[in-house]
Design a protein around this ligand. Structure first.
Ligand SMILES: Cc1cc2nc3c(=O)[nH]c(=O)nc-3n(C[C@H](O)[C@H](O)[C@H](O)COP(=O)(O)OP(=O)(O)OC[C@H]3O[C@@H](n4cnc5c(N)ncnc54)[C@H](O)[C@@H]3O)c2cc1C
Ligand code: SF4
Length: 515
C-alpha cells in the first residue's frame, strides 16, 4: 500500500519526504529510506485552525507557519493535498486514507498520531543523532553534560576532526575566544566589522495569502495575535533556507564566534545566523549545515573559533536539547524545584515594551514585539534572568516563549526554559542558575549607558533591577543553593551586604511591576 505521507508544518524539507535517513545506530552512513516509495508518494499537509488558537501567538510566527505550508503545497503541486480543518484529527478522519508520518516533534503530537486509525509512525528525522545513538551515549552516565555529548557528536560525524581522531586546532572548545563584549563605540556590529546585513527573503503572493488568512481568522474566529506584522525575515522553503545559510556562511560566520554573546541596542541581529526558523521548520539538515561550515574553515574562509562555535550550536546544543526533551518526559516539563509560582505580568505577556523603562529589558521586549525573535543572550540573560529573579511560573513562561518566538516549539522550549533558563530542573542542564546583576549586562552590551538605572547601584531610585533582583534571588533561595559549589563565593557575599534588608524590601515592593 502506498501510504500518503502526512507532513507537519515543521517537517517541510526534502529530507522529510524522499531523502535517505540515518541508520538506527546513528552511524554516518545513510541507508535507503525504509518505506522505499518513489518520488511520487502523495502528501498531506494540514492547516489546523486549533493549532493557532492555543493562546495568543506572535503574528510573525503564525505567518511563518502558514507561509511555509502554503509554499510547500505549491512546490509539491498535485502531489500534495492541503486541507484546512478545525483540528488535525478532523482532517485525517475526513480524508480516510492510510497515512504515514515521520515521528512528530512534540509529545502531544505523538499522542495524537498514535491515537488515529491507520497511521504508521516512522522514526523522527531532522537531527544529527538518532534516539538510539543518544541513548547509547547516555547509558551509564551520571551526568549528561553538553560538552561530552558534543565531543561524541564531533567524533561520530567526523566534524572538525583530524585523521588521528584529535580535534582540529588541538582543542574541542574555543568558547574562551567566543565571549567578547561588543566592539567599543560601535552601535552596529557592521560598523566595526565588515559584515553585511543578514539575507532577507522577498515576499510573494503566498505570503499575502497567509496574511489574508490570519486577518480572516482574527475577524471571524476570534484569533488573538501578539506583536507587530512586517516583512518576512526568515526562510520558509528549502531553496530560501539554502540561500540564507550560504549567505550566513559566506559573509557573517567569521564574526559569529567572537560576538556570539554580545548585545547592541541598535543591532538586534548581530552576527547570528537566523537559521533556527528554517532548521525547526525542517527545511535544513543540521549535519549538512555543520559540514558546510567546516568546509568554509578548510577553505580558509572562516576562522576556527567561529566555525567551532557554530557547529557546537547546530549539532551540539540543538540535538542535546531535542534528546533531553524526550528523555525527560512529562515530569521534566513539569519540574519546578524553586517553587516559582508568580503569574506572568500583563505587560510581559502582551510584549508591552512601552511600559518598561529599564533600557535592556525594554529594548529586548521591543525587538521581540517587532520580530518575534531575539538572539540567545537576550533570551537567557535578559528575559530568562528577569523571570528567574522574579519567580515567574516556569510552565507558564515556557508556554509564553513558545507562543511569542518565531522558532518556538515544545521540544526546544521545555529544556531551554525549564532547564537552562529557569533552573526548574534543579541542575540537570545548567550547573548553576543563569542569572546576573547589571554588571554582566553592562559588560556585554551598550544598554546601560542610556538607562535611568545604574548597573552598580542596588538600592534607591536608580537601583538596577537586575543587580537588586540578583541579590534578592540569591537571598530567597540561599538554603536551596547552599550545596552548589559554584555559588559558594556569591552566597558568602550576601553576608557582607549591609543594605541587604533595604534591597529585599525594595524588591518586595517593586514585585513584578514593569521596571
Ligand atoms: C530561554 C530560551 C529559549 C529558547 N528558545 C528557543 C526556541 O524556541 N527555538 C530554538 O530553536 N532555539 C531556542 N533557544 C536557543 C537559541 O537561543 C536559539 O536557537 C537562537 O537564538 C536562534 O537564533 P539563530 O538561528 O540566529 O541562532 P545562532 O546563534 O545562529 O545559532 C545557530 C543555531 O544553533 C541552534 N541552537 C543554538 N543554541 C540552541 C539551544 N540552546 N537550543 C536549541 N538550538 C540551539 C539553533 O538551531 C540555531 O539556529 C532558546 C534559548 C533560551 C535561553
Ligand atoms: S542599568 Fe540595569 S536595567 Fe539599565 S540597562 Fe543596565 S542592566 Fe539593564
Amino acid at each position: 500500500v502506498t501510504r500518503r505521507r502526512w507532513l507537519f508544518a515543521d517537517q517541510l524539507g526534502p529530507h522529510f519526504l524522499d531523502h535517505p535517513i540515518l541508520d538506527a545506530a546513528g552511524a554516518d552512513e545513510p541507508v535507503a529510506d525504509e518505506v522505499g516509495h518513489g518520488a511520487l508518494q502523495p502528501v498531506l499537509l494540514v492547516v489546523s485552525r486549533r493549532a493557532f488558537h492555543r493562546g495568543p501567538i506572535h503574528r510573525r510566527k503564525a505567518h511563518l507557519l502558514l507561509s511555509a505550508l502554503l509554499h510547500r503545497a505549491a512546490e509539491l503541486g498535485e502531489r500534495a493535498s492541503l486541507v484546512e480543518a478545525d483540528t488535525y484529527r478532523d482532517a485525517v478522519i475526513a480524508l480516510g486514507e492510510p497515512l504515514e508520518v515521520v515521528g512528530p516533534t512534540s509529545r502531544a503530537a505523538v499522542g495524537l498520531v498514535e491515537s488515529l486509525p491507520d497511521v504508521t509512525v516512522l522514526p523522527p528525522r531532522g537531527f544529527a543523532a538518532s534516539g538510539e545513538a543518544f541513548t547509547a551515549w547516555a547509558t551509564g552516565r551520571r551526568q549528561l553534560r553538553l560538552e561530552d555529548f558534543y565531543r561524541e557528536q564531533r567524533r561520530r560525524l567526523g566534524l572538525l576532526l583530524e585523521p588521528d581522531g584529535t580535534p582540529t586546532g588541538g582543542t574541542w572548545n574555543l568558547d574562551a575566544e567566543n565571549r567578547q563584549p561588543p566592539p567599543r563605540g560601535a552601535h552596529r556590529l557592521g560598523d566595526a566589522t565588515t559584515i553585511p546585513d543578514p539575507w532577507w527573503p522577498t515576499e510573494d503572493d503566498l505570503d499575502a495569502e497567509a496574511r489574508a488568512l490570519l486577518d480572516r481568522w482574527v475577524r471571524d474566529d476570534g484569533l488573538v495575535l501578539l506583536g507587530a506584522d512586517g516583512p518576512r525575515r526568515f526562510a520558509v522553503t528549502a531553496a530560501e533556507a539554502t540561500a540564507a545559510a550560504d549567505h550566513f556562511l559566506d559573509h557573517r560566520l567569521g564574526a559569529f564566534g567572537p560576538y556570539e554573546d554580545a548585545m547592541l541596542a541598535d543591532d538586534r541581529w548581530m552576527a547570528h545566523s537566523l537559521l533556527s526558523v528554517p532548521l525547526n521548520l525542517g527545511l535544513l539538515d543540521p549535519v549538512e549545515l555543520a559540514r558546510a561550515a567546516e568546509a568554509r574553515y578548510r577553505a580558509g574562509a572562516a576562522p576556527l573559533a567561529s566555525v567551532e562555535g557554530f557547529i557546537r550550536q547546530v549539532v551540539g546544543w540543538r540535538d542535546y536539547v531535542w534528546h533531553l526533551y524526550w528523555r525527560g518526559g512529562p515530569s521534566y516539563a513539569a519540574s519546578n524545584v524553586l517553587e516559582a509560582r508568580t503569574p506572568l505580568p500583563h505587560w510581559w505577556e502582551a510584549l508591552d515594551a512601552d511600559a518598561v523603562t529599564a533600557r535592556c529589558l525594554g529594548g529586548v521586549l521591543r525587538d521581540l514585539h517587532d520580530e518575534g525573535w531575539v538572539h540567545h543572550i537576550p533570551r537567557l540573560m535578559v528575559l530568562g534572568s528577569w523571570a528567574l529573579q522574579h519567580g515567574l511560573d516556569p510552565q507558564a513562561l515556557t508556554d509564553w516563549f513558545r507562543r511569542a518566538f518565531v522558532d518556538g516549539y515544545d521540544w526546544v522550549m521545555v529544556p531551554n526554559v525549564v532547564g537552562m533558563s529557569q533552573w526548574a530542573d534543579g541542575g540537570v542542564m545548567a550547573t548553576k542558575p543563569y542569572t546576573s546583576g547589571g554588571a554582566y549586562l553592562h559588560k556585554m552590551s551598550d544598554y546601560c549607558g542610556g538607562c535611568r538605572y545604574s548597573p552598580t547601584v542596588r538600592a534607591g531610585p536608580t537601583a538596577c533591577p537586575f543587580t537588586a533582583g540578583y541579590w534578592a534571588f540569591l537571598a530567597r533561595h540561599r538554603e536551596q543553593l547552599a550545596g552548589n559549589h559554584r555559588l559558594r563565593t556569591v552566597l558568602g557575599g550576601l553576608d557582607r551586604l549591609q543594605d541587604l534588608p533595604a534591597v529585599l524590601a525594595q524588591e518586595q515592593a517593586r514585585g513584578t511591576a514593569a521596571p
